[in-house]
Design a protein around this ligand. Structure first.
Ligand SMILES: Cc1cc2nc3c(=O)[nH]c(=O)nc-3n(C[C@H](O)[C@H](O)[C@H](O)COP(=O)(O)OP(=O)(O)OC[C@H]3O[C@@H](n4cnc5c(N)ncnc54)[C@H](O)[C@@H]3O)c2cc1C
Length: 435
């Protein structure tokens, strides 16, 4: 199949959906996604989304983000994210997103390394609340088409200009899609790891494709490990126990049931402390106790965590649960500027696959949904302002290069892992990377 659109957006998480919604209705937009439109990490986000509550919090929000990122963040990106946050929250509310309120005012929660409560939330299902509303709106727009089960396997480039995407469906049928602009919104790469909170189909394919076309990358070995995921001997995705649980008072214990750490340390520092404790205990997990939060609050505030733990045989209102660190987030990615432009003309990258260095070496909790939305909107604005039609090319692609999707995916996986290995001094060796 050969098809043309004005703009192609690859990925239907918060970044891709919000980008598409901010593009003009007179442009035809084609969204491609690897599995179902609702199969994205964005749906899984539990804790919430940060916002600048008022001017008095600016310095503290800025400092918390920089400190968590070990001051490797780009201050300009951090400033843009924080300053734009109230506008983004208003956009979400106008799209029907609901956040928790108390006495008619927004309720704010706090997570690790935040010095103040500044996180808006919807139970422990914030990502689902936001992303489902964005997806519903995208489906209402006549100029946007979503093609599911359509995996991007390559970009079509002419020198340093991108003008389309090669994609494969689940039956290995190859399609060529040409466009004036391509926006990569393909999320993280947790699917490359044995222990990850991410959906398994998120394997960072865009990184391998970027390497092939010499598109610049940044901080590719900056991979965040979340300190608390539900311990399980079963294979597959790890269930996250959100930081906001600790923000609301949950406590970590070692095997002697002694408290051993400040639960609200930044993620990387806490992960290190848990690892050391697990080593000292000769155990694969530590204990997390939510009982102090109280049964009623747990069921109202964390219904998803409560029910999922029950399914796994733990009643968090009555007992501690075993938790262990797991891969969670990709701070590095395809290098972009403040408008999310990559080093290739007519190619943008947004959301977790992009790197504008807003998170530095370690992401502050609940900054990711915000960052994805802020820069997705900026990318859309930049495309509109500088719109340039590319002449029709009627590209012919040698489809034999992409015939075997499984083989291609394992080749891409090796390319990415080799690159991470090459540029990595900091990646944790203890996380069994799948061979
Ligand atoms: C369990 C969990 C809890 C989290 N909690 C929070 C939180 O409370 N607050 C917060 O701010 N952040 C949180 N995060 C992080 C946040 O959810 C993600 O960083 C963010 O949603 C990423 O959005 P995205 O649009 O970039 O990617 P995603 O939402 O992951 O979407 C990626 C999309 O790209 C598609 N795709 C991938 N590869 C291809 C390909 N080759 N071809 C076609 N399509 C492709 C996928 O199918 C998917 O549609 C959490 C993450 C997890 C995993």
């Amino acid at each position: 199949m050969n098809r043309k659109a004005d703009i192609i957006v690859v990925g239907t998480g918060v970044a891709g959906l919000f980008n598409a919604l901010n593009l003009p209705p007179d442009k035809s937009i084609l969204m491609l996604t690897k599995t179902g439109a609702d199969a994205s990490d964005s749906f899984l986000a539990q804790g919430g989304i940060c916002v600048l509550r008022d001017e008095n919090d600016y310095d503290s929000f800025f400092e918390d983000t920089m400190k968590a990122g070990h001051y490797e963040n780009d201050p300009a990106s951090v400033d843009v994210m924080i300053r734009t946050s109230p506008e983004i929250i208003n956009d979400l509310i106008s799209l029907g997103v609901e956040f928790e309120k108390k006495d008619g005012e927004f309720a704010y929660t706090r997570e690790g390394a935040h010095s103040k409560p500044r996180i808006l939330y919807h139970q422990d299902l914030t990502g689902k609340e936001i992303t489902s509303k964005l997806l519903a709106e995208v489906k209402r727009r006549k100029n946007i088409t979503i093609m599911e089960h359509m995996t991007m396997v390559d970009l079509i480039c002419d020198g340093n200009t991108c003008f389309g995407v090669v994609a494969s469906n689940d039956d290995n049928e190859i399609s060529v899609f040409e466009a004036d602009y391509v926006v990569l919104a393909t999320g993280g790469l947790g699917g490359l790891f044995d222990n990850s909170t991410n959906l398994q189909h998120l394997t960072g394919d865009a990184i391998a494709i970027a390497l092939k076309h010499k598109i610049e990358l940044e901080n590719i070995s900056y991979i965040q490990i979340h300190p608390t995921t539900l311990y399980s001997k079963k294979k597959g995705r790890r269930f996250l126990i959100s930081e906001s649980v600790r923000g609301e008072g949950a406590i970590l214990y070692n095997q002697k049931m002694e408290r051993f750490v400040d639960e609200l340390l930044p993620r990387d520092v806490l992960t290190k402390a848990i690892h050391e404790q697990m080593k000292a205990d000769g155990s694969d997990f530590v204990w997390l106790c939510m009982m102090g939060i109280g049964s009623e609050v747990i069921k109202k505030r964390f219904p998803n965590i409560y029910l999922r733990c029950l399914e796994e045989g733990y009643d968090v209102t009555k007992e501690c649960i075993p938790v262990t660190p797991a891969q969670h987030y990709f701070m590095g990615g395809i290098k972009v500027d403040l408008d999310s432009k990559t080093s290739m003309e007519h190619l943008y990258a947004i959301g977790e696959i992009s790197c504008n260095r807003v998170h530095g070496a370690n992401r502050l909790a609940s900054n990711s949904l915000l960052e994805s939305l802020v820069f997705a909107k900026r990318a859309a604005t930049h495309i509109v302002r500088h719109y340039e039609h590319l002449s029709d090319k009627n590209t012919v692609v040698d489809i034999n290069d992409f015939r075997d999707l499984e083989q291609l995916q394992s080749r891409y996986k090796k390319i990415i892992l080799d690159e991470i290995e090459r540029s990595s001094a900091s990646i944790e060796r203890s996380y069994n990377i799948k061979a």
